[in-house]
Design a protein. Structure first.
Length: 548
């Protein structure tokens, strides 16, 4: 589905005129339209279309109209989608244990965990308006006093900030990723009962009504704090992705980082894949910026066209992200991607690297690891899974003229945000390749996206890097491997246990490599070749970066 939407601010900034059709957003050019389309009224769409699908008769009883014919979906309609029936459990917040680290808010793939910080006197004033004493007590008890926001400001003679995390029951799919990443034990999964869900719904409603975070408590130097601002929630949740989807977290963080700097004045061109399926399941759309879904193989070419059109309209400074999976960017769309990087255009590329074609049932791509069991490279009697070595898109991209390149994961949040912001600030094309766990295809639990991403970095399966041509004239000046453990060593040795971890440890943790270990846990010859491949790739990066 080719999906286009717009926030009202973009439409108002460039009112409709005879030479520019903005009635459906910035990606529609009137020169390609031979009929007059009416303005898409979001309220009418919600009342007529969304309600029809919620009642179960939308697909069969709603009349076809011009918006459907053009495959158009208004912005943010997925905020009305309800996933509260998906899981039997839901996270419970334990305020006394919370340190305000924001890890749970950042890593949630569904915008189901929201956080705010408000000055204590302001919170008390708002609580004074509650007519029901029981509700007041219940809601007040959910606001913690973490050292980060409360004790710190108090020592400086300021008002202490009260911090709260609220679960949106309509967006939570029960993946428990939030519980997994919380080292402070401030979240735990509890069974859904009617009293529990009623209290959570009331808390969520009050949380939305209490107002935005107090800006004085948000530290711009702590990038992880950006999701305390409501305007960064460009990805509203309600997408049909799998529980715990690694791609969902990466897209949310990408939207937050871009939204923090450019609000809603930017757009997306997405290649066909999982990301376009779960974000445009009609009539639900989780984005608050204009976006369009192109073919699997030509999203970069489409993005080049949109970029040039935007430049004609005077929108040179508005970012444009081209998003696709490893199949779209490593394989069938690789030539289109290469042409984009060589063009010098102000287009930023974001690759959701799952090492497999998840959207088509788990086929191998050139991003797949050696030995990986996938469709088209099954592990059988003759061959032990995929035999080819993995293509390294980062090194290939570095060889293009004046191109910013980064390789990161959502689990390394500071590195991720710096990579995305660096790409946005770069004066030319940029590509950010992000490791994204696919639970069904990797054979890991719903709550393991962050854990597996960290393990991929620690075991050299997926090294972190940033290549910035503006940093110097030599590759070693431009390329940084900061963020990787033990940068000068072959493998990382855990200082707590003294154990060395390598690619075999990564493979043992995932179902896609399970057939490579015998009854005693010994690895196959194919997996040993995969380990050597990862080490050789790491040696190349070490040499390029000048660390060895």
């Amino acid at each position: 589905m080719a999906t286009v939407n717009h926030p009202s601010s973009m439409n108002e900034a460039h009112p409709r005129d005879p030479h520019n059709n903005n009635c459906y957003g910035t990606l529609v050019d009137k020169s390609y339209i031979d009929v007059e389309l009416p303005v898409l009224d979001a309220r009418e769409f919600n009342e007529r279309v969304i309600r029809g699908y919620e009642e179960g008769n939308g697909a069969t009883q709603l009349p076809a109209d011009l918006s459907l014919a053009r495959s158009l979906v208004p912005a943010g309609t997925a905020t009305l989608r309800d996933f509260s029936y998906v899981s039997p459990e839901i996270p419970e917040y334990i305020p006394d244990n919370c340190t305000g680290c924001m890890d749970c808010v950042t890593q949630c793939p569904d915008t189901a965990i929201l956080a705010k910080v408000i000055a204590e006197p302001d919170l008390e004033e708002k609580l004074g308006h509650f007519s029901d004493e029981e509700d007041r007590t219940m809601f007040e008890s959910q606001w913690s006093r973490p050292r980060k926001y409360y004790d710190g400001p108090k020592k400086k003679g300021k008002e202490g900030g009260r911090f709260a995390i609220i679960i949106d029951p309509s967006k939570c799919k029960g993946c428990a990723e939030c519980v997994k990443v919380c080292d402070d034990l401030a979240l735990e999964m509890i069974p859904k009962t009617e009293p529990v869900m009623e209290q959570i719904r009331r808390s969520h409603r009050y949380f939305k009504e209490v107002g935005p975070s107090d800006e004085t408590y948000i530290n711009d130097n702590l990038l992880i704090d950006m999701m305390l601002r409501e305007q960064t929630h460009i990805y509203v949740g309600g997408a049909g992705s799998c529980a715990g989807c690694g791609e969902g977290t990466a897209l949310r963080m990408l939207c937050a980082a871009t939204g923090a700097k450019y609000k809603d004045q930017w757009g997306i061109v997405a290649a066909t894949g999982c990301n376009t399926v779960y974000t445009s399941t009609y009539p639900y759309n989780p984005y608050l910026v204009p976006w369009t879904n192109s073919l699997f193989e030509n999203a970069p070419a489409d993005a080049m066209g949109v970029r040039l059109r935007w430049n004609q309209m005077g929108w040179q400074d508005r970012p444009l992200w081209c998003i696709g999976g490893d199949g779209a960017m490593f394989d069938i769309g690789f030539q289109s991607l290469s042409r984009l990087l060589a063009s010098g255009l102000h287009v930023k590329v974001f690759v959701l690297d799952t090492q497999v074609y998840s959207n088509t049932g788990g086929q191998a791509s050139t991003s797949s690891f050696t030995g990986q069991n996938t469709k088209m490279s099954n592990h059988g009697k003759m061959l032990d899974g995929k035999q080819e070595r993995r293509k390294e898109i980062a090194q290939i991209a570095m060889m293009h003229p004046h191109t910013f390149v980064a390789q990161t994961t959502a689990a390394h949040s500071n590195h991720f945000y710096k990579a995305v912001l660096g790409a946005l600030e770069f004066d030319g094309p940029a590509i950010v390749n992000c490791y994204t766990t696919c639970q069904p295809e990797h054979g890991v639990g719903d709550n393991m996206a962050g854990e597996q991403a960290r393990l991929a970095v620690d075991t050299r399966a997926f090294p972190l890097l940033v290549y910035d041509p503006n940093k110097g004239t030599k590759i070693k000046e431009r390329l940084s491997l900061q963020g990787n453990p033990s940068m000068k060593d072959d493998w990382f040795t855990n200082p707590k246990t003294g154990e060395t971890v390598d690619f075999l440890d990564f493979a043992r943790s995932e179902g896609r490599f399970v057939k490579h270990f015998d009854a005693k846990g010994n690895p196959s010859e194919t997996l040993l070749r995969a380990k050597q491949d990862r080490l050789e790739n790491w040696h190349v990066l070490q040499e390029l970066a000048g660390v060895i």
